[in-house]
Design a protein around this ligand. Structure first.
Ligand SMILES: CC(=O)N[C@H]1[C@@H](OP(=O)(O)OP(=O)(O)OC[C@H]2O[C@@H](n3ccc(=O)[nH]c3=O)[C@H](O)[C@@H]2O)O[C@H](CO)[C@@H](O)[C@@H]1O
Ligand SMILES: C=C(OP(=O)(O)O)C(=O)O
Length: 427
């Protein structure tokens, strides 16, 4: 059983003896799993991670009467939709991605009743764009204090939607609604993150032609589908975590099964900080003994294609603390995150100047000292683990259930690189 508190003995270089294969990704897996009951054909999804949020989504689909089952590390989805009854979906409040369930529920029952998305307490989790997407399909939505209801409409023909910004959640909602409604979709300003591109490739494999053309996604939701097998890709955030862990502790790591393009502007950020991260075909490696001079880093989360994924920003903040320069950080996408992250890093002695709720600056290098800290959300949790691995001495980290929401066994992976992490045995 996972214990919620660990002691991290920091100050040791993390080095992988062999090439590390990343664990499959939560954030790429969630849309694929939600898509499986939408496509109208049998689907087998391979490499499903068993992080808590993924397990919650699968349980929710089963409670909703959708025909999905976990077999080993795969999800098997059969086209016969409902068992006829939707059970209690109140645990949907535990994850943000519960909103990915709406299209499958509309397909199975013609309506979706869900609590508001929850998960990490990192800012408002608005769904206005999702409702706007459903309205474009002719669906009607009503909202209340505890949750919302979407009821399926009966409109036909091509649906054209222009998003005001590249929301990942709204893009997934539009794509899944199009295949459930069997309608052509023209979506302007789609999100083009690797997680969405993975979903679009999966829909292609299931016989729904889908293509990005500059700033538009074209999806033939009315095509004839075919049974498909999908695979959840390796977790780009875990890859980033291991690169930062090796870099920050003066170690070395080589990671395989990597799609370097999925790392977006994360690798250039490592270069700015002076680290020689080298990408190859399906690999990325970093040897901190080859570190050069660092320059000022600007790490501002961005939804534009190739922009910095917000979930990389806390990792880069810890890394930058050890590197010379004036470094700027921003995450307006998760506007509550700095409010959790900065106080936890301050416990390690980090001096970070808040410019606004979503922007901060720091001047490096700064030495970190061991601390007692809390994983208040997934990425703050990983950031404090990194800080603890850097700070020489014993740190105590609480709240690891948050990290387990996004990672199947991050502590195990870090331990395989030589991290010395002890689980606290409850009295
Ligand atoms: C499950 C999952 O994959 N979560 C990721 C996803 O979150 P998420 O799916 O929420 O990301 P979106 O791109 O949809 O949302 C980005 C921003 O837009 C706002 N918004 C979104 C929809 C809407 O209808 N109205 C609205 O105002 C959100 O509150 C947020 O501030 O992308 C984020 C940005 O890369 C990541 O940090 C999250 O880890
Ligand atoms: C915030 C995250 O996920 P979610 O949006 O699912 O809470 C995350 O993965 O860090």
């Amino acid at each position: 059983m996972l214990q919620d508190t660990v002691t991290v003995h920091g100050g040791y270089a993390l080095t992988s003896p062999a090439t590390v294969t990343p664990t499959p990704s939560k954030n790429a897996g969630l849309p694929l799993l939600a898509a499986a009951p939408c496509v109208g054909v049998p689907v087998l999804v391979h490499s499903v991670p068993s992080s808590t949020d993924i397990r919650t989504l699968v349980e929710l689909m089963q409670t909703a009467g959708l025909s999905v089952a976990i077999e080993g590390r795969s999800l098997v989805s059969s086209p016969e939709h409902a068992r006829g009854m939707v059970g209690d979906l109140s645990s949907a409040v535990r994850i943000r991605a519960s909103y990915y369930l709406v299209p499958a529920l509309l397909g199975a029952y013609g309506r979706a009743d869900l609590p508001w998305p929850g998960g990490c307490d990192i800012g408002q989790r608005a769904m206005d764009l999702h409702f706007w997407v459903y309205a474009a399909f002719g669906d009607s939505s009503t909202t209340g204090i505890g949750g919302y209801t979407v009821e399926a409409g009966s409109a036909v023909g091509t649906v054209r939607i222009e998003l005001p910004f590249r929301s990942r959640g709204a893009t997934v909602a539009a794509a899944l609604r199009a295949v459930v409604a069997r309608r052509r979709l023209v979506l302007v300003w789609p999100n083009r993150s690797p997680e969405v591109e993975t979903l679009v490739n999966a829909l292609n494999l299931a016989g729904y032609p889908a293509v990005f053309d500059d700033d538009t996604l074209y999806l033939e939701g009315d095509a004839a589908p075919t049974a498909a097998q999908w695979r959840v890709p390796g977790d780009k955030i875990e890859i980033g975590t291991l690169l930062c862990a090796a870099a920050a502790t003066g170690g070395r790591v080589r990671i395989g099964a990597v799609e370097p393009a999925h790392l977006g502007s994360f690798v250039p950020a490592l270069h700015t900080l002076g680290f020689d991260a080298v990408t190859g075909i399906g690999t990325v490696e970093l040897d901190a003994s080859r570190t050069g001079l660092s320059a000022d880093l600007v790490a501002v989360a961005d939804l534009e294609p190739g922009g910095l994924d917000a979930d990389f920003e806390p990792l880069l903040m810890v890394l930058a603390l050890g590197r010379a320069g004036h470094h700027l950080f921003g995450d307006a996408i998760n506007p509550g995150r700095h409010g959790h992250l900065l106080p936890q890093l301050a416990r390690f002695g980090a001096h970070i100047t808040t410019e606004s709720a979503v922007r901060c600056r720091l001047r490096g290098p700064q030495a970190l000292r061991p601390a007692q800290a809390r994983a208040t959300d997934i990425r703050t949790g990983v950031a404090v683990l990194l800080a603890a691995l850097v700070a020489p001495g014993e740190s105590r980290i609480e709240g690891l259930a948050q990290v387990a929401r996004g990672h199947e066994d991050l502590l195990g992976v870090l331990s395989s690189l030589g991290a010395y992490i002890q689980h606290e045995v409850p009295a």
